[in-house]
Design a protein around this ligand. Sequence first.
Ligand code: NAP
Ligand code: MG
Length: 505
Amino acid sequence: MADYKLLIDGELVEAASGETFASTNPGTGEKIADVAKAGREDTIRALEAARRAFDEGPWSRTTPKERAEKLRAIAQLITDNQAELSEIEALDGGGTIRKAMLADVPGAASTFEWYARMAEENDEQVELEGSPFPISQNYKRYEPYGVCTGIIPWNFPFIMASWKVAPALAAGNTSVLKPASYTSLSALKLGQLIAEADILPPGVLNVLAGPGGTVGEEMAANPLVDKTAFTGSTEVGRRIMQLASGTVKAVTLELGGKSANIVLDDADLDIAAAAVLFGTFFHNGQVCESGTRALVQRKVYDEFVSLLVDRAGKIVIGSQLDMDTDLGPLVHRSQVETVERYVALGREEVGEPICGGSKPDALADGLDRDAFYRPTIFADVDNKAKIAQEEIFGPVLCVIPFDTDDEAVAIANDSIYGLGGGVQSGNLDRAQAVASRMRTGTVWINDYHMLAPPRPFGGYKQSGVGRELGIEGYRAYQQVKHVYVNPETAGRDNHFHFAVLSANI
Ligand code: NAP
Ligand code: MG
């Protein structure tokens, strides 16, 4: 029996195969729960349920106001269960309990609230100009796509679940959500809470845990689906696009990054150091918009680099459940192995890192050293190096010197990615001029990682397609229909098209 069940058509169920898989605490290797493991059959059942709920069910006929009320009820449910959800999130993925309590769980609640507002505040029907050709009544209607699938990664499972489900439901779509296999628990728990509170009609929200290669592929390829939204690696993002192309589905993709955080010579170096360290090492660098390339102007380079090393040494590594911990385990031992491979490559390409470069020496009893990694900084990195070009998704920072603002912009843009970025400067005009030239979806000035529901988020270049959050993230779940009404039902002679086509029909 699974501790965490799938949500399909309003019911909490085992997988059709009866199979389960274990979810573990990466910090200790201990099993936390058995999870029902969906396969193709469960996925098709969920997609059919979502299709029925859209085509025949009440959801697509609800008013925006009715949907907003349901979303607010979900936000309240999340807030009421904040402590339990935070613990599940931290235990399962290795992120700190501080992050879960202060960012993940309240962030998800505020995402549901934001999209409730979006549904209420944005008219579904908008009048258009009535002329020319010929004078007529015209309007556009924003309508839901239908069945939307959401496939999410392991780094921010709860927030990512809210980013996929809330806008889909707000706009009147039905949703099928798949969390990553390393971190399925919080999304399944959300499904369970919503089902038990009986907030949504059956089939409107379905949650499936199971392998990306079967469940995820079906969710991107199946003709019952109208739109697929994916967050994860660029490699899988390409695959999603290919699968979705079979029935020309809409896709939004939130993919990898290798973002630049530019430190100009007039920056307050204390603030800049905080922005660079937080920008890189928050959640062990397992964040798509992490500023893993710090570009530092040569005039302040030496002073700034020693500040970084000094402060990085103070970061506390330990159990993710301890409120004093800054960095818990990475999501899985395999992610630590990836980091080790890149650090070995960095030693060949650049030389010895100026801090970190290994697992921590000593940890409290019960913690598995192989799941942790020290914050690591490589200095004097050439932007062409692989460690400066490829997404590591671990606590590794490359520091790159530059001389002029033009050079900083050129280095920042010399990347296949364009997701986030920072400019640290005491001169706002100068900072904004640099920010405007960075080919990236977000730039933080004198800060980093500050995302919130009203602020659109997404990537340029190979970091993705489309935007989440903001009004853009709401419209991304709607199609637009133009309706033309000929006001002159009599008097055919006046009709423009009769004049253009033929006088005889
Ligand atoms: P991933 O392989 O792209 O997985 C993301 C999601 O896609 C998971 O739910 C995964 O399911 C699913 N998936 C995997 N293969 C699929 C397929 N063929 N069709 C449909 N869905 C599929 O990412 P990851 O393994 O978690 O991490 C790998 C790298 O991706 C990281 O090192 C990092 O570079 C990047 N990443 C980026 C973000 C971001 O926010 N942009 C987040 C996480 C990771 P399973 O979990 O069952 O495989
Ligand atoms: Mg886990």
